[in-house]
Ligand binder design. Structure first.
Ligand code: GDP
Ligand code: MG
Length: 522
């Protein structure tokens, strides 16, 4: 009991959490996710160990609860621990006021936490450099020395040279960074992936207009946990910056802003950009938070985990490495974003034929788990059917794994399907699904030079799908820039797997918009 009193005196914080009790109510989706995030955060703060004090209110009042409630609380904690790949390592209980209070210890057995960060921002604002300096820990020369790594890596990915998936990655072990001396070395990367208890991967996207498609795929095709928006201090907020911010918001991503090239402007110049960034964020309903110290960074990470409206803004320079310690501290504390467990689903991004292995598909696991040897469905094929295939092996970051989980970027070797029957945008799924040709959506037009009417055919981007859709019916005669409307749409060439609630972008020439699927017609 003395131990309980000690913990109560210390109060909540770091790796200690007070809970009076938990019930099955807390297993509901939204609440569950919050609690899982919180537990994960406590575990990170406690370097692998969190302590839950049960039967004690948030404010530290010792209540004591019924034995039955205590057991139910343990059940919920167990579910939460499973969700964050941890386990209950000890339970101590004490009688008080005719009830029970307890101390529950939760541990993570060197399980890896992996967060995926999508970068965006105007071209030349320093995305590649920022990521390159983060993963190597070395400064840039201001002349593009660092970006070479990322750009070579990106071309390699785009040309599909390798079935193994290349991403920029760095890690932490016991809160200390693990870095790559040479980001191109696959061996070194495999070592970091193997040794880290937390991994941060970056999907570097290109801000160039003709490449927007790639950018969108980068942002929509993977299950990204956080968006990192880069704004160069000497250039400020550009049209692309706002557009990319819009896309991140449409995807419900929590956003971090890095102001780069602080070394290139005066103090006044810097203040101006900070103001500009802040007002841009406020205009879209987000709350900017200027992060100046490592302590602020931890707080910002905690706030973000609870409320995605908070947007940390960090001033950086790749030359002096100003702000990099803050970024590191923040990524260390930013939790994986958990969702209540759904069945396995992955949108296929790339398809390869690998000698001696067969057909390999890559993508990011959207939900659920996939195990080696398992049978899953793949489709929809042209006839709208889904077929069974066997997962021969799974690889992640050049490293063979026997189980992939939500958020992992993997390559899966499949048996039972030919390479040339597959296309990007198909899914691998635990369940047999239905192909979709037509659906209804709420759309919002960002820009269009004239008027959109029935018969309009933009390209729709959702997850890894990029497919022409026809506007077959609308609730008004025309839609112009800035308009919202309900539209019935039809995929022009292939049936796809999409579902209600999914958000998408559409684009045709210079016109752009976004939407949400509200109804599927079967
Ligand atoms: P991206 O197109 O957004 O990926 O931009 P890059 O990372 O390729 O950077 C564009 C140029 O800006 C390169 O020549 C970099 O060396 C330079 N650069 C990037 N960050 C900084 C910085 O913090 N300070 C200075 N002075 N130059 C930078
Ligand atoms: Mg770049």
């Amino acid at each position: 009991m003395e131990k309980v009193l000690q913990l109560v005196r210390r109060g909540e914080g770091e790796n200690i959490e007070f809970k009076e009790f938990l019930t099955s109510y807390h297993l509901r989706e939204g609440r569950f996710r919050q609690l899982a995030c919180q537990m994960n955060h406590r575990i990170i703060m406690g370097k692998g160990k969190a302590i839950y004090v049960i039967g004690v209110s948030d404010s530290g009042q010792i209540r004591g609860i019924e034995e039955k409630k205590f057991e139910e609380t343990l059940d919920v904690l167990k579910r939460l621990a499973e969700e964050v790949e941890a386990e209950i390592s000890s339970v101590e209980r004490y009688s008080v006021n005719g009830g029970v209070v307890g101390i529950v210890e939760i541990r993570k057995a060197n399980a890896k936490e992996h967060i995926l960060v999508g970068t965006a921002g105007h071209v030349d604002h320093g995305k590649s450099t920022l990521v390159g300096c983060l993963i190597t820990g070395k400064p840039d020369d201001g002349d593009g020395a660092t970006r070479i790594y990322l750009d070579v890596l990106k071309h390699e990915i785009e040309r599909g040279l390798s079935a193994e998936i290349n991403f920029a990655v760095f890690g932490y072990k016991n809160g200390k960074t693990l870095r790559l001396k040479n980001p191109m070395s696959k061996g070194e990367k495999a070592l970091v992936v193997e040794n880290a208890d937390k991994l941060v991967s970056f999907v570097d996207t290109v801000g160039h207009e003709p490449w927007l498609r790639t950018t969108i795929r980068g942002l929509l095709g993977q299950k990204i946990d956080y968006g990192l928006l880069v704004v160069a201090a000497d250039d400020g907020v550009m049209r692309t910056t706002k557009e990319h911010l819009g896309i991140m918001l449409a995807m419900d991503l929590p956003v971090i802003v890095a102001i780069t090239k602080a070394d290139m402007v005066s103090r006044e110049g810097l203040d101006e950009v900070i103001q500009e960034v802040s007002s841009t964020l406020r205009r879209v309903g987000r709350v900017p938070m200027l992060v100046k110290t490592e302590r602020d960074a931890r707080m910002a990470a905690e706030l973000m985990a609870e409320n995605r409206l908070v947007v940390p803004v960090i001033v950086t320079s790749a030359i002096t490495l100003q702000g990099y310690d803050i970024l590191e501290e923040m990524f260390l504390h930013l939790p994986k974003r958990y969702t209540a467990e759904k069945d396995f689903l992955m949108y296929i991004d790339k398809i390869y034929r690998v000698t001696g292995v067969g057909t390999v598909v890559s993508g990011s696991v959207k939900s659920g788990e996939l195990r080696e040897g398992e049978e899953v469905y793949i489709g929809p094929f042209e006839d709208g059917e889904f077929r069974k295939v066997r997962v021969q092996s799974i690889e992640m970051h050049h490293y063979r794994i026997d189980k992939a989980k939500s958020g992992d970027i993997i390559g899966a070797a499949l048996k039972g399907v030919r390479y040339d029957e597959l296309r990007r945008g198909m899914v691998l799924s635990r369940n047999e699904l239905s192909a979709v040709w037509e659906f209804e959506a709420d759309v919002y037009v960002f820009t269009h030079p004239t008027l959109i009417s029935t018969g309009y055919e933009p390209v729709m981007h959702v997850e890894t799908i990029s497919e022409t859709v026809t506007f077959v019916d609308m609730d008004k005669e025309y839609l112009k820039s800035g308009d919202r409307g309900k539209v019935r749409m039809r995929f022009k060439y292939h049936p796809q797997y999409v579902y209600e609630g999914q958000k998408f972008i559409f684009r045709e020439g210079r016109s752009k918009g976004m939407g949400e699927i509200t109804k599927i017609f079967v």
